[in-house]
Design a binder for this molecule. Structure first.
Ligand code: HEC
Ligand code: HEC
Ligand code: HEC
Length: 121
């Protein structure tokens, strides 16, 4: 094979790989997750690392979104929106989350119930 042929072959291969790359990129776009994978919640008692993904994934604990996001939510899915668990609401955000989070951990006998196991830093 002459070096010219070799070069042509290399270019052809490069062109094919480029096309394959572009097609794959377009055909299988990276899915952006609908919920943040991990959330660092802040409180006066220290931060809480909440793993959204393992709580919701079928391969994880498989909890339905509306087990926690139990009302029609705006897009942000915030717990402290208007008419929700804001500072003047009953229950307040902290109490609502304690009931939800700790409540399930206690009922299911799985997941942290000790203060320091959630409030890790
Ligand atoms: C075990 C409880 C729980 C489950 C189940 C859950 N979430 Fe959440 N999610 C939360 C908490 C707590 C927050 C924090 C909200 C806040 O800070 O006000 C949150 C926040 C969010 C946010 C907003 C994050 C941000 O940055 O403001 C989105 C979007 C969201 N969740 C979507 C989902 C979707 C979609 C599902 C189901 C696949 C789901 N969640 C399941 C507890 C849960
Ligand atoms: C409907 C049930 C349910 C709710 C609601 C729930 N959890 Fe959990 N959580 C679990 C289960 C089940 C585990 C796994 C325990 C195990 O594997 O030993 C767990 C584990 C955890 C762990 C240990 C680390 C991990 O991710 O596995 C943390 C921290 C945690 N949960 C925080 C929270 C917080 C914060 C909330 C509220 C925003 C919450 N959980 C709401 C069921 C729940
Ligand atoms: C299952 C996890 C979990 C456990 C166990 C837990 N907490 Fe919390 N705590 C949270 C979450 C989630 C919040 C709300 C954070 C936010 O507002 O985003 C919170 C908020 C708070 C707050 C601030 C809001 C308020 O209600 O005043 C205090 C103080 C607090 N926790 C103390 C405690 C103490 C004391 C214990 C043990 C008796 C405890 N927590 C056990 C998850 C937990």
């Amino acid at each position: 094979m002459s070096s010219k042929n070799g070069q042509a072959l290399a270019f052809a291969l490069a062109a094919i790989l480029l096309v394959v790359g572009v097609v794959c990129y377009a055909a299988f776009p990276q899915k952006t997750p609908e919920e943040p994978v991990r959330l660092m919640l802040k409180s006066t008692a220290g931060k809480i690392l909440f793993d959204h993904k393992t709580h919701t994934d079928d391969a994880g604990y498989g909890i339905a979104c509306d087990d926690c996001h139990h009302e029609e939510q705006d897009e942000s899915q915030s717990c402290s929106g208007e008419d929700c668990h804001g500072p003047d609401s009953d229950p307040k955000r902290g109490d609502a989350l304690h009931t939800n989070c700790k409540g399930c951990h206690e009922d299911s006998g799985a997941g942290p119930v000790e203060c320091a196991a959630c409030h890790i830093m």
